[in-house]
Write a protein that binds this ligand. Structure first.
Ligand code: NAP
Length: 366
């Protein structure tokens, strides 16, 4: 049977450590987990079974393995130290017999986005970022549709637009909307991106290093590698859709708490083909996976045991190819989720109603 492995790591330290080690999760506080994670070895998490291609009937198996570092640790420690730990985790995948290895969340963000890690390992590696791009863009298109926001005349924004995932998301969205804000921290990188996109983009492109412009956008795709939230309630206009692809999240939990007129959706969740059992609760409902996991799985189903998405320069061609491969084997964009909960049709209705009222109140105060 063909095989794959996928590296995960704690994102919310207490919650995620409790999922594997309930006692440690209970007794250690967040600071202690951060500290001890430096000395922990890679951890075997679970065997994954039941994934079956809808196109070929081929069944594969895989493993979750964990790099113990938290995102904060990965940003603080020297890059070489982080690489070393991820490579050790990859070597565990090799021992298990994995034929392809996926890098989850921050293990794909650190340094050169997988290149050094892939060079140090025999097993082929992918970050999963190409499929993450496609699933995020599809999710925002679908959310625009349910919120009655016509794409052609919409104003959209990509936060973290200069990042590996953000750049190609911006490239795809530039084909869909009328106006697109590219938001990042560095003016020179934003200018470079705008100049590159403007050669073929049909929409107006505006760059910004501040979040204030988010108020202009109806559709927001946010995908920074910040370790704290960056999108807050005061940044958003009533009725807007925010697709949060980042892990840890970019959108403040306060948005859910105080803005019932905004639709926040988690970017990057897909249905996996076959009666899959991950034998580990990573926070999703049964049968669903992150898009980056799905890229690794889809490549294993396709028998493409090669380095696939690596480095900070993703290409649209790869994004479209992995989308075809994933669709062929039966991966589908899942329903909407927001802050770990399913979004129901009634909730979407309520957001639309609340947004209408909020707009009327705003107009009355002008
Ligand atoms: N949902 C999924 O399936 C999935 C899959 C893969 C990755 N991800 C997540 O996607 C996110 C981005 O990954 P990536 O590979 O595109 O990362 P990346 O290449 O490092 O890009 C990150 C972007 O975020 C910006 N940024 C970093 N810190 C920031 C801050 N404090 N405030 C505002 N902007 C900030 C960076 O700007 P500068 O250029 O100025 O540094 C850059 O534009 C990560 O959170 C990762 O975990 C999710």
């Amino acid at each position: 049977m063909d095989t794959f492995a996928f590296i995960i790591h704690p994102i919310d330290p207490k919650r995620d450590v409790s999922r594997k080690f309930p006692l440690l999760g209970r007794v250690l506080n967040e600071k202690q987990i951060d500290f001890f994670s430096t000395f922990f070895p890679p951890v075997y998490i679970s065997e994954i079974e039941g994934i079956t291609s809808q196109a070929t009937g081929k069944e594969i198996k895989g493993w979750f393995i964990a790099c113990p570092y938290t995102p904060k640790r990965m940003m603080e420690l020297p890059e070489q130290t982080v690489y070393r730990k991820i490579i050790q985790t990859g070597q565990l995948a090799e021992k298990l017999g994995a034929q392809i290895l996926g890098l989850g969340a921050f293990t794909s963000v650190v340094g050169d986005a997988g290149v050094t890690i892939a060079n140090a390992l025999d097993v082929p590696v992918t970050t999963g970022d190409s499929y993450t791009v496609m699933v995020a863009v599809e999710a925002i298109r679908e959310a625009a549709c349910v919120m009655d926001i016509p794409l052609k005349t919409a104003t959209a924004a990509v936060v973290g637009a200069t990042g590996a995932i953000g750049q190609v998301c911006a490239e795809l969205l530039a084909d869909d909307v009328e106006r697109l804000y590219l938001i990042g921290r560095r003016q020179d990188k934003l200018e470079e991106l705008r100049d590159r996109l403007k050669v073929y983009a049909r929409c107006e492109l505006i760059i910004s290093t501040t979040m204030d412009v988010l108020k202009e956008a109806q559709l927001i795709l946010t995908v920074t590698s910040a370790i704290h939230d960056v999108v807050r309630p005061e940044h958003l206009q009533p009725g807007s859709v925010v697709c949060d692809v980042a892990r840890p999240r970019d959108v403040s939990a306060m948005v859910a708490a105080v803005r019932d007129d905004i639709l926040v959706i988690d970017g990057g969740m897909v249905d996996v083909p076959g009666p899959v059992d991950f034998h580990f609760n990573f926070g999703f409902p049964l049968g669903k996976a992150y898009a980056c996991m799905a890229e690794t799985i889809a490549l294993a189903l396709e028998g493409r045991f090669e380095d696939y998405t690596l480095g900070k320069h993703l290409t649209r061609a790869r994004v479209e190819e992995i989308d075809r491969i994933a669709k062929k084997h039966g991966f589908r964009l899942s329903g909407f989720r927001s802050f770990e909960r399913e979004v129901t049709t009634q909730q979407i209705e309520a957001v639309r109603r609340n947004a209408k009222n909020a707009r009327l109140t705003l107009a009355a105060h002008k």
